[in-house]
Design a protein around this ligand. Structure first.
Ligand SMILES: [Zn+2]
Length: 288
């Protein structure tokens, strides 16, 4: 019996002890036509039917294993165990109630990892089965011998994914052309993840004016935004002061009274401040 280290072992009895051994030569994928977790799939096999698959795959990529891969499981008719002792490893995957949705990215990744492990562990050849008995990888409806009741399993979207993404992914992983994301901490990271890791990590000591307050660490983004806002304030103040100074200079020696000077200076300041605001907003719009 072989148990995949990437799956949670949920051993199904009495099948696990009672069913005969196989030499696994195929991997056949199914959709279970229900949005089930591995635990729910396990309970279904245990409580509601005498059929079962080796594996159950949840939408989130979680895997349960119900039967060892060297024991027969009953999900694909004639392929379960042949007279020569070979048989198929089967996997049921969570799907919608019509089995019309594609596998999620997490499901695809789990299928690729498990498919590569089956190649490594049991020597399943890296090809799509050419006949019902041919060693390799496939999906339930690929051959009538596996699917005598003509289910559409695993559904059109997943058949397409199997051919275009899952099976090529298994080949690439098994031959070392792609890495296991668990071994590559950067794999699967989005730009947003990188942004958050840099700009939103809350461990930069707060600015000197804040240091004695309760919030002693800030995220870098706060400093960035604060710096921008303070720059705007300083530019505005600087523009207001320049406007006031030049207006005062113009009025030196003229015989206007104080009220007129104040009014003229205030107008000059207001115009200058509006201009700063317009300049800053247009710069931001260009850059966003
Ligand atoms: Zn099926």
């Amino acid at each position: 019996m072989a148990w995949y280290p990437g799956a949670k072992k949920m051993e199904l009895q009495p099948e696990s002890d009672d069913q005969p051994a196989i030499r696994p030569t195929q991997f056949i994928l199914h959709s279970i036509v229900a949005p089930w977790t591995p635990q729910r799939t396990y309970e279904y096999w245990r409580d509601s039917t005498n059929l079962e698959s080796h594996f159950g795959l949840g939408y989130d990529g979680s895997l349960g294993q119900f039967i060892g891969t060297e024991t027969r499981a009953d999900a694909n008719a004639a392929a379960n165990r042949r007279a020569d002792g070979t048989g198929a490893v089967s996997l049921e995957s969570a799907s919608n109630l019509q089995a019309s949705d594609p596998w999620t990215p997490a499901q695809v990744e789990a299928l690729v990892q498990l498919g590569a492990w089956l190649h490594e562990k049991h020597g399943i050849p890296l090809r799509i089965c050419r006949t019902a008995d041919d060693p390799g990888y496939g999906y339930h409806r690929l051959f009538n011998a596996w699917n005598p009741s003509a289910h559409s399993c695993p559904g059109d979207a997943r058949v397409k994914q199997f051919k275009e993404v899952v099976f090529p992914g298994i080949v690439a992983r098994a031959t070392g052309k792609t890495t296991n994301p668990e071994e590559d901490p950067m794999a699967g990271m989005t730009k947003q993840d990188v942004h958050n890791a840099v700009w939103r990590i809350d461990d930069v000591p707060a600015g000197s004016t804040e240091a004695n307050k309760a919030n002693t660490t800030w995220v870098p983004e706060t400093f960035l935004r604060g710096t921008f806002e303070n720059t705007v304030k300083i530019l505005t103040m600087e523009a207001a002061q320049s406007a006031a100074i030049s207006k005062l200079a113009q009025l030196i020696g003229s015989d206007v009274d104080t009220d007129q000077v104040v009014a003229a200076v205030q107008r000059a300041i207001a115009d200058a401040v509006i201009k700063v605001s317009v300049d800053i907003n247009s710069t931001q719009n260009q850059e966003s």
